[in-house]
Design a protein around this ligand. Structure first.
Ligand code: FES
Length: 145
């Protein structure tokens, strides 16, 4: 699964930085169920959002709307599991997949791979293109594709 791969990448990156993958970045001391966090990744200009679902699943996405680049927010009060919502033109993305469910965005949100360490800290460890799996994105960054 994505988290297992991400954990391996984090370890591998620490051992042999190859300059292709974005550096792992600690984004939170912890993230509890029902919480979300806005952060910047991979660069200091790149808006991103992390969400911990009520069932414990951790997801991360670019928070730059694929329509006209407004900031996407997690709205816990919408849908059954919350939605990623763009207020500019009411674009809506599935919180579990990042796929478009309503409004004008032409593509889903690129994912940000997240992993957790034993101390509960949450780290961003890579990015994907829109519609790409986390595994494919990390392999591409590492030059394995
Ligand atoms: Fe997000 Fe238009 S910029 S829906």
């Amino acid at each position: 699964g994505g988290l297992g791969v991400a954990a391996g990448i984090l370890q591998r990156h620490g051992e042999e930085p190859d300059g292709k993958a974005p550096a792992p970045k600690r984004i939170a001391a912890q993230l509890l169920p029902g919480e979300s966090l806005a952060f910047r990744y991979p660069g200091d200009e790149d808006r991103a959002v992390a969400v911990r679902m009520d069932d414990g699943t951790l997801v991360g996405y670019s928070a730059v709307c694929t329509h006209l680049a407004c900031a996407v927010l997690w709205r816990k009060d919408r849908g059954t599991e919350g939605e990623l919502y763009c207020p500019c033109h009411e674009g809506v993305f599935d919180a579990r997949t990042g796929e478009v469910t309503a409004g004008p965005p032409p593509r889903g949100l690129p994912k940000v791979a997240l992993t957790e360490l034993d101390d509960g800290s949450v780290w961003a460890v890579g990015t994907t293109r829109s519609g790409e799996s986390i595994e494919a994105g990390l392999c591409r960054q590492l030059g394995d594709d």
